[in-house]
Ligand binder design. Structure first.
Ligand SMILES: NC(=O)C1=CN([C@@H]2O[C@H](COP(=O)(O)OP(=O)(O)OC[C@H]3O[C@@H](n4cnc5c(N)ncnc54)[C@H](O)[C@@H]3O)[C@@H](O)[C@H]2O)C=CC1
Ligand SMILES: O=C(CO)COP(=O)(O)O
Length: 333
């Protein structure tokens, strides 16, 4: 018996669909809200999200809706809209969220216009909700196909966090409880920017040694920013930090890494983004990460280089040369 029998999923992209599938496999009744009517129709009529997560037969206990009002029966909600659309999406849901509703934030990004983390966006749109963050190394297709995945589920209230894990966890989808929401959020947002950087390194043929160096120095940047924002170091060393960084930075199936790969091979950013319907979160989060770092006096040269390349302020070649020309320094600095 669970306190959270009916689960709402807001966002029917690849990750929302995969989380709906795993919640259904855990025995929950699932309502998934789709931004697009055609996506809702295909989920209901074909039991497959042919647009964002093809080739996965969805559980019969998943129903798609396009009216937020239909989610008012949910005991807990997973918010899986992309970071730049989260505010508008939660504003639409706000009138139907009961007081004290647990809302699990699953987007990995920072709002570009306000530099807000997703928990801040939730606090401003549905202040009565109980916030949680779900983040970790988990490609949607792996999770949806039932391949083993483990993630961090962060909630300040440990009893509610534990109950959410009991409602959503399965032997194949293993959430680990944490209480450090900001650490989990920073890990997910910054690893996307670093994955673009790792893709560039691969695309330029700079070698596996450079690739590993970028992961390690990128992890130092991620940790510095997280600590400045009040996170705990051990959170960043876990699934939602290092774990996701390693996955995303080593997998061309990552949208962020593949974006970097193409940039490194000389493809223009507009052409890369124009050829995909799915979201590449690191592109929107890069300027926000850099601005947030500046605000807190944190040095993040790799993220800055990625942001400069994305914004067209520097070439890939010049950015690499500038990083390599930086003064030698203490590793722990
Ligand atoms: N796909 C994956 O493997 C994983 C994705 N995530 C995160 O989940 C979040 C969602 O990503 P995906 O499900 O992969 O998205 P996706 O790339 O599969 O689909 C794009 C999503 O954006 C939505 N969208 C487009 N315009 C919108 C608007 N104006 N308002 C609201 N929604 C709009 C679409 O409805 C669709 O749900 C991202 O923050 C991503 O970083 C996290 C873990 C794994
Ligand atoms: O967050 C992810 C895996 O944990 C998915 O990464 P991409 O958005 O780069 O595909």
């Amino acid at each position: 018996m669970t306190d959270f029998q009916t689960i709402g999923v807001i966002g029917a992209g690849a990750w929302g669909t995969a989380l709906a599938q795993t919640a259904a496999k855990a025995g929950r009744d699932v309502l998934i809200w789709s931004f697009e009517q055609d996506v809702a129709d295909v989920i209901n009529n074909k039991h497959e999200n042919t647009i964002f997560l093809p080739d996965v037969v969805l559980e019969p206990s998943i129903a798609a809706v396009t009216a937020m009002a239909d989610l008012d029966v949910c005991d807990a909600v997973l918010a899986v809209a992309p970071a730049q659309h989260l505010r508008g999406t939660l504003e639409k849901f706000a009138p139907f969220a009961r007081r004290g509703l647990p809302i699990i934030l699953c987007a990995k990004g920072i709002e570009q216009s306000s530099l807000s983390m997703m928990t801040q966006v939730l606090g401003e749109t549905i202040p009565s909700a109980i916030p949680a963050v779900l983040s970790g190394p988990s490609f949607a297709i792996d999770t949806a196909q039932g391949l083993p995945t483990a993630v961090t589920l962060a909630c300040k209230d440990e009893a509610i966090g534990t109950a959410l894990i009991e409602a959503l966890g399965t032997p194949r989808f293993r959430p680990y409880l944490a209480t450090d929401l900001i650490g989990a959020e920073i890990g997910g947002a910054v690893k996307n920017v670093l994955a673009i950087g790792c893709g560039i390194v691969e695309g330029r043929g700079l070698g596996k040694s450079a690739h590993a160096a970028l992961i390690a120095r990128g992890f130092a940047e991620m940790t510095r920013l997280a600590l400045a924002l009040g996170a705990r170091r051990e959170t960043l060393a876990g699934l939602c930090g290092l774990g996701d960084l390693v996955l995303t930075c080593s997998s061309p199936q990552s949208r962020n890494m593949s974006c970097g790969l193409a940039l490194g091979r000389g493809v223009h950013l507009d052409d890369i983004l124009g050829s995909r319907r799915s979201v590449t979160e690191g592109v929107a989060s890069a300027p926000a990460v850099v601005a947030l770092a500046k605000r807190h006096g944190v040095e993040m040269p790799i993220c800055e280089a990625v942001d400069d390349i994305l914004a067209g302020r520097t070439s890939v070649e010049d950015a690499i040369e500038a990083l390599l020309a930086r003064p030698f320094t203490l590793e722990s600095a």
